[in-house]
Structure formats: structure tokens, C-alpha cells
Design a protein around this ligand. Structure first.
Ligand SMILES: Nc1nc2c(ncn2[C@@H]2O[C@H](COP(=O)(O)OP(=O)(O)OP(=O)(O)O)[C@@H](O)[C@H]2O)c(=O)[nH]1
Ligand SMILES: [Zn+2]
Length: 363
């Protein structure tokens, strides 16, 4: 028996540390990095990191590097040297595209070529899973174990972390209770919690769907602005309500409410993307300028929840063929795709058009 945290718990701790502005130690055998989020690091800790080594770098994704016209020698990411005179403002401008147009960075930016980037990649994965900007300030460390212990920092071993970052954390049902809804009095809300301390996800079950037949289902990604505030920039709110109404009308269905706000980048980053859209970029370009892929969601967790509820086949309410493909890949049969075309308005027409042209959505 041990009370020591396992790798899942250490990763959860590392995410919390990064969100607070605390660096973490990343280790791969003799190689080690001290890594902090470029978004949350403060001047005091930056100075402390700089004092450790002249090799201060910021790791950014190749997407962000492309916008900054920096060379990405590591394929999917670039390690940018931080000049001696550069401070937090410089680092923040590298990470955050908000001022790219108003005050372009004075280049050229020097990317590192020598040495490996595996630990920087781990850092970026951690930043993304902490819903922070994908940019990490790093310095090399000589003795990772002693350094982490002496400074009370979380230490993550690459070998231990690798599988956990690509695999999703197992989800467990926590509780379910009756929830009468306007669309159907026979509503029930189920709560699912991942083992890694991450976001909970919900399932709204309408009626008592026959587990032996394809169930009318919707995988709905959280959209605070659309679902709750009635935003006109997207079609999420009308889609949520239409899906529930459809299930209410049929007397059976299941709506998964997945907390993957902003296609998996989090609400703060989605608002950054909205600010960029006001500068003229479309929804996909905005994600790229921030350093994200078009869609950072993991739909496999939707399949996990359906399976744990006893469903193996769905009639999926969606206009997104990627969701259909992902369901099939994860072992949920899609007997039918049921289109969900509601909520078109003059302010979201361009957004929906971009999704059709660039993300393969069916209009
Ligand atoms: N990053 C980003 N996310 C957005 C934007 N607009 C909406 N979202 C998010 O996109 C998600 C909804 O995904 P959609 O692509 O509209 O729809 P879908 O779920 O893939 O496909 P459907 O099943 O057809 O609705 C929600 O998590 C929203 O918060 C945006 O401009 N940028
Ligand atoms: Zn939305």
C-alpha cells in the first residue's frame, strides 16, 4: 500500500500547477526541463527560471509558429529562443495572437534545432489539457529529481505520462436522478466523472430507450455562449433545444452534454478566438493562430458514456460526418444520421458556411 500519487494524479496536479503559474518538472531519463505556462507565468518566477540557465525557450505549436513565421524544426512544434532582453510582454506576445496585427512581433524569431523536443511536446499537451494557451516557457535542468524535491514542484516522467495523455481517462457513473423537463416529464440526468479529476460530462436520458434498438442520440459539445446566453454567433442553443424536443416528441432518446467548450479549447480560448474573428479571421483560422487544431475534441468519450449506459447503436442527430466516423470507429454503430438544421441567422451564416467548407459539415 502506498499513499504516493500515481501518474494520473500527478498529471492532474501538474495541470492545476500550470494554471496557477507554477512551473513543473518534466523528465525523460537524464534529460529534464523546468516548464511553465507562458500564459500564467509571472515576472518573479520568470526571473527565477532565467537564473537557472541561459537556454530559456518558449515552445509553441507549429500552427502558432506558422502565424509568427518562425521555423518549426520539430515538426509539430517550435522551440523559440528567448532573447536576453525579452521579458514577460515579449513571451506573452509570442503565446497570444491578440496583438499580432496591431503590433507584429519584431522578428526574425530564432528557433532551436539542436536537442530533442519530446519534453516540450509533453509540456504543450499539458497546457492544452489545462485549457491554457499552448505555449510553454522552458529551461533545461540538470538534476530533475533533486530540483523537484527541493522546490516542492510536481515532477512528471515522460515514459509514465505518454499513455495517459493519448488515452482518455476512464469515466465512471456518479449518480443519476429523475429530472422532469418541458420536452418530457420522463427525463433523467446522469453524471459521469473521469478518474483524472477532469471535467464531468452529463447524459440526459429521455424516457426509457430500448437498449436493443438504435437510440435517438445527440453528442452536444458545451457552448456557454450559445446554450445559455442565446449567442447569435453559432447554432448551438437552437440545436440543443431541437434535439431535446425531438427526443421528447419520440418519447425516447439520449443527449450527451460533453464539457468540451469551444471544440475542446475551453471558454477563455474560445473568447480569444472570437476576438480574432472580430479582426477578420474565420473560426478555423482563429484556432490556428492561437496554436490549436481546428477541433481539439475527443469524441471517444461520448462512445464510452453510451456504452456504459448499455447503448451500442444510435440514430445520431448531427451535421458533422466526423462525429459519425468517430462513433463507428469506437464501436458504436450509427444506424442513421439525423440532420439537425436549426438556428441559422444572419450573424452565424458565415460561421456555418466555413464549417461546411473547411470542416466537412453538411449544410
Ligand atoms: N474554437 C471555437 N469553438 C467554437 C466556435 N463556435 C462554436 N464553438 C464550439 O463548437 C462546439 C460546437 O460544435 P459544432 O462544430 O458547432 O457542432 P458539432 O457539434 O461539431 O456538429 P453538429 O453535431 O452538427 O452540431 C461547441 O463546443 C462550441 O463551444 C468558434 O468560433 N471557435
Ligand atoms: Zn455555440
Amino acid at each position: 500500500m502506498t499513499l504516493l500519487p500515481d501518474i494520473t494524479e500527478l498529471l492532474a496536479r501538474a495541470r492545476a500547477d500550470l494554471r496557477m503559474g507554477l512551473p513543473v518538472v518534466l523528465q525523460d531519463g537524464p534529460d529534464a526541463l523546468l516548464a511553465a505556462s507562458a500564459e500564467t507565468l509571472d515576472a518573479r518566477r520568470l526571473a527565477a527560471m532565467r537564473a537557472l540557465s541561459p537556454e530559456l525557450t518558449v515552445a509553441i505549436t507549429a500552427r502558432r509558429a506558422e502565424t509568427l513565421k518562425a521555423r518549426a524544426y520539430d515538426g509539430d512544434l517550435a522551440r523559440i529562443n528567448v532573447p536576453a532582453e525579452a521579458g514577460l510582454t515579449w513571451i506573452s506576445a509570442l503565446a497570444d495572437p491578440e496583438d499580432d496585427l496591431a503590433t507584429p512581433m519584431k522578428g526574425p524569431l530564432a528557433s532551436r534545432r539542436e536537442g530533442g523536443a519530446a519534453l516540450h511536446r509533453l509540456g504543450i499537451q499539458l497546457a492544452k489539457s489545462a485549457r491554457l494557451l499552448p505555449a510553454m516557457v522552458t529551461v533545461p535542468l540538470a538534476d530533475a529529481t533533486a530540483f523537484a524535491r527541493d522546490n516542492g514542484l510536481t515532477r512528471i516522467s515522460l515514459a509514465a505520462a505518454q499513455d495517459h495523455l493519448t488515452d482518455r481517462s476512464p469515466l465512471h457513473p456518479v449518480v443519476n436522478a429523475r429530472l422532469p423537463l418541458s420536452v418530457s416529464e420522463a427525463g433523467r440526468l446522469h453524471i459521469f466523472r473521469p478518474e483524472d479529476g477532469g471535467e464531468e460530462h452529463y447524459a440526459v436520458e429521455i424516457g426509457r430507450p430500448d437498449r436493443a434498438k438504435p437510440v435517438l442520440a445527440r453528442l452536444h459539445s458545451a457552448c456557454f455562449t450559445g446554450d445559455l446566453l442565446g449567442s447569435l454567433k453559432c447554432d448551438c442553443g437552437p440545436q440543443l433545444r431541437a434535439a431535446l424536443q425531438h427526443m421528447g416528441d419520440e418519447g425516447a432518446g439520449v443527449l450527451l452534454y460533453l464539457n468540451q467548450e469551444g471544440r475542446g479549447i475551453g471558454l477563455a480560448n474560445k473568447m480569444r478566438a472570437y476576438a480574432l474573428q472580430d479582426q477578420g479571421f474565420d473560426t478555423v483560422e482563429a484556432n490556428h493562430r492561437l496554436g490549436f487544431e481546428d477541433d481539439e475534441r475527443d469524441f471517444r468519450l461520448g462512445a464510452d458514456i453510451l456504452k456504459s449506459m448499455g447503448f451500442s447503436s444510435v440514430r445520431l442527430l448531427t451535421n458533422n460526418p466526423a462525429k459519425v466516423a468517430m462513433m463507428e470507429k469506437t464501436g458504436i454503430k450509427v444506424a442513421e444520421r439525423v440532420p439537425l438544421k436549426v438556428g441559422l441567422n444572419p450573424l452565424n451564416a458565415k460561421y456555418l458556411d466555413t464549417k461546411a467548407k473547411k470542416s466537412g459539415h453538411i449544410l
